[in-house]
Every structure is written in C-alpha cells, then in structure tokens.
Ligand binder design. Structure first.
Ligand code: SF4
Length: 182
C-alpha cells in the first residue's frame, strides 16, 4: 500500500475511538497449535459457532489464509465496566468494538483493498448460531475470533508496544485487519 493511501486511511481512522494501533506484516504472525488446544479444551464456544474452531479451519489453513494478505492493521479499543469479573456485562460491551471493527474494515475497502478481519471473542450477532446445521447468516459482518486462528494476540501487541493491561475494570478489545490490493 502506498504511503499516501496509508495516510488517508489514518486520517479517516482518527475519527474512530481507537485506543492504539500498529501496522504489521502477516509474516510476523505466529500460529500456535497450543492456542488452538486451549480453544478446544477450555472454551465453551468451541464447536458451537462459525467464528470458532473447528469451523474456521485448521491452524494451517488459517495461516495460509492470513499469509494471502499483504499487510495488517492491529488495533485496540477499550471499555470500562462496573465489574470486570461480570462476564455477561463485560461481553455486552464488545458490541461497540465490533461496530468499530466494521468501520475500520470499511475504511480499507473504500480505498479499493480486499479485507478480512479477526476480532475478539466468539461471534454474537445471532441469538443462536446457525452452526453446524446451516451456513453463517451474516458472513460479511461476522469476524472470527483472533485466537481461533491460533494467534496469541497479546504477544503481537507486546511486540508493537500496544498496551492491554490497563488495570481496574478496563477491558481491552483487539481486532486484526488483514488487507491486500485488488
Ligand atoms: S453471524 Fe450468526 S450464524 Fe454467523 S457466526 Fe455469527 S452467530 Fe453464527
């Protein structure tokens, strides 16, 4: 992507409440079977959504998909909740982050780029996911969870000096947008 196009995108993104961001290269993403194992053994969403494993494909398939893009954009937003231990309240805040992720993707698409995005937690657009009986009802709005691809996003954030431990009741949400020229 040209520096001028990047500048235009940054100008557009300055209108959104992003906490921090970094431009990354897909080659620096690390894909771990161990992260996938944690999904499988510790997450109740495993096998219940198109946004989670095994529906997203094997870690190797996820890696190949990510590497088919030329560049990436990692960003965070944050929300303050009354009690971070209240999972229901905490997860409810992520709706705003998902909407911001859609707007970030749109900023890239408006400049003629092909885009895919991974976001935080499992998809919650539908009350009950269509998986596995039928296809995803909103494939253009649904973002697989970044960990579902075997990516440990906190490692990537540390590498790019993106903060994610604000303490107190502040929740940090991540999204990773990958893009290429069409
Ligand atoms: S949009 Fe609906 S069908 Fe698709 S992954 Fe999300 S919850 Fe499932």
């Amino acid at each position: 992507m040209t520096d001028e196009k990047k500048r235009q995108i940054e100008e557009r993104l300055s209108e959104l409440p992003l906490a921090q961001y970094a431009w990354i290269r897909p080659e620096e993403l690390e894909f771990s079977e161990q992260v996938r194992y944690i999904c499988e053994t510790e997450c109740s969403r495993y096998g219940t959504s198109w946004a989670c494993p095994p529906a997203v494909g094997t870690v190797e398939e996820c890696r190949r998909k990510c590497l088919s893009f030329e560049e990436g954009f990692l960003f965070t937003t944050f929300s303050e909740v009354a009690d971070i231990a209240d999972l229901e309240e905490t997860l409810a805040c992520r709706t705003e982050h998902e909407e911001i992720t859609r707007q970030v993707c749109e900023s890239f698409r408006e400049r003629g780029l092909a885009v895919t995005a991974l976001s935080t937690e499992s998809c919650a657009i539908c009350e009950t996911c269509a998986y596995p009986e039928g296809p995803c009802r909103h494939p253009d709005r649904m973002f697989p969870c970044v960990e579902s691809y075997g990516i440990l996003v906190t490692d990537l954030a540390e590498k790019h000096e993106i903060e994610f431990m604000y303490g107190g009741n502040v929740v940090t949400w991540f999204s990773l947008v990958l893009f290429r020229e069409t």
